[in-house]
Design a protein. Structure first.
Length: 122
């Protein structure tokens, strides 16, 4: 199954193993006319798993992608008839997330590391 989200393609595979074993041709993905490609499947220990590829934006594979989970969560919430879901992104660094449907919005939580702080003056 291939769907188009607001900014990304969403590709749904059969199993977690299928997602884990992906070896995409990033040169070809860079030519896809969207921000990126999200690949997801049911998880073995979580509700769903994913990997996210954004080579056109200079990020071959994003380690843990919050924005992608705003696309995947409504899909999996409907498919699994659940409002609170657990997720794991299977990148090399990887990460676990808790995703909750809040009407038209998605709340995402999990462990994070601050990698930059800054201020903007207008």
């Amino acid at each position: 199954e291939v769907l188009m989200g607001r900014d990304d393609f969403l590709v749904v595979l059969e199993s977690e193993a299928d997602v884990a074993q992906l070896a995409p041709d990033l040169r070809l993905l860079k030519q896809v006319r969207c921000r990126g490609v999200i690949v997801t499947a049911p998880g073995s220990t979580t509700d769903f798993v994913s990997r996210c590829f954004y080579p056109a934006a200079g990020v071959d594979e994003d380690p843990v992608t919050g924005s992608a989970h705003t696309t995947m969560t409504p899909y999996w919430a409907e498919r699994l008839s659940k409002q609170e879901l657990t997720a794991r992104q299977l990148s090399k660094r990887g990460g676990n997330l808790r995703c909750t449907m809040l009407g038209e919005r998605v709340a995402i939580s999990g462990k994070a590391v601050t990698y930059m702080k800054g201020e903007i003056f207008v």
